[in-house]
Write a protein that binds this ligand. Structure first.
Ligand code: PMP
Length: 300
């Protein structure tokens, strides 16, 4: 298990992680009524696309209808992140997980007029899939449709869907799942977006396929565009993945990782292909090494 750092933010204060506990009677625990985001920081304190993560957290709360904790604005958020980073002094790259929990007790199934609070903790930035190539299994479980639990919002409770599908993939000897939407189109992985390359065109499912609008998905599309790679955002059929020249994923915890097998069919990993190119560019961008993309870095 990834190491969790000692200092966390909870109930308006920086406290020891072991004391940051939600009540068993809170809506967060009873109904999974929390929204969250996870973002990457290098050991040198360079955070990737922090304003976008903050905005998505706000948007998730807005979609679900959760009232914001008092004093929740970007400046406060940044101040807490900076303080945690300084107190924990990581000597490795880390992930920050920031969550807005509805922590009102026995509130019943409602979201408004109930108390919420922000929690943040840090843990080692270990990838959730093997970086040298992941093996994926199409899930029997479909992605929750946007008109049941909105996929655009990162809602904790919805991750039971991801757990079901990923555990099924692991039980079958794979690293992760591929979700299809209710119409049978390719959607995403348990916690990453998916891309394929066919005839030098980079393709990713469009947001009407019930997927999370990943911040790295958007980044990959922007990087590819600036690199002169043709991109298409459209519905994708599963069989297109089987015959693709390359398949890869993007996500904060999955980084940009190639896929080497889908449903017992081999996928080529090209040493100098589009995935390799974008993955290495993405890595340099995360480290703040590319001048053109320094605009995406916040220094703690
Ligand atoms: N899809 C899902 C379901 C996810 O949980 C994640 C991880 N946040 C992603 C995609 C990738 O999003 P991002 O690039 O913003 O990390």
């Amino acid at each position: 298990m990834a190491q969790i750092y000692q200092k966390s933010y909870y109930n308006g204060k920086i406290i020891d992680f072991k004391f940051a506990n939600l009540s068993i009677a809170s809506s967060a625990v009873l109904y999974g009524l929390s929204v969250y985001t996870v973002f990457h920081a290098t050991k040198d304190g360079l955070v990737f696309r922090l304003p976008e993560h903050f905005k998505r957290l706000q948007d998730s709360a807005k979609i679900i209808g959760i009232d914001m904790p008092t004093g929740f604005d970007y400046d406060n958020f940044l101040h807490i992140i900076k303080t945690l980073y300084k107190e924990n002094k990581p000597n490795k790259d880390v992930f920050f997980r920031a969550t807005i929990h509805v922590d009102e007790l026995v509130a019943g199934t409602r979201s408004r007029g109930v108390h919420s609070q922000l929690s943040i903790f840090m843990y080692d930035a270990e990838p959730i899939v093997p970086r040298n190539g992941a093996r994926l299994k199409t899930s029997l479980w479909r992605r929750i449709p946007d008109n049941a639990i909105p996929s655009r919002a990162k809602v904790n409770g919805a991750y039971v869907n991801s757990v079901l599908a990923r555990q099924d993939a692991i039980d079958s000897g794979y690293d992760d799942c591929i979700f299809l939407d209710m119409a049978g189109h390719v959607c995403e992985l348990s916690a990453a977006n998916i891309f394929l390359v066919r005839d030098d065109v980079l393709i990713t499912p469009d947001t009407s396929s019930d997927l999370l609008e990943g911040i790295n998905r958007r980044t990959i599309l922007e990087l590819a565009h600036n690199e002169g790679i043709t991109t298409q955002v459209r519905s994708v059929d599963l069989t297109e993945l089987y015959i693709a020249d390359e398949v890869f994923m993007s996500g904060t915890s999955a980084f940009v990782t190639s896929v080497k097998e889908i449903d017992a069919r081999k996928v080529t990993i090209r040493r100098e292909g589009v995935a390799a190119r974008l993955s290495s560019l993405h890595e340099q961008v995360l480290k703040g090494q590319v001048k053109q993309y320094e605009k995406w870095i916040t220094s703690l």
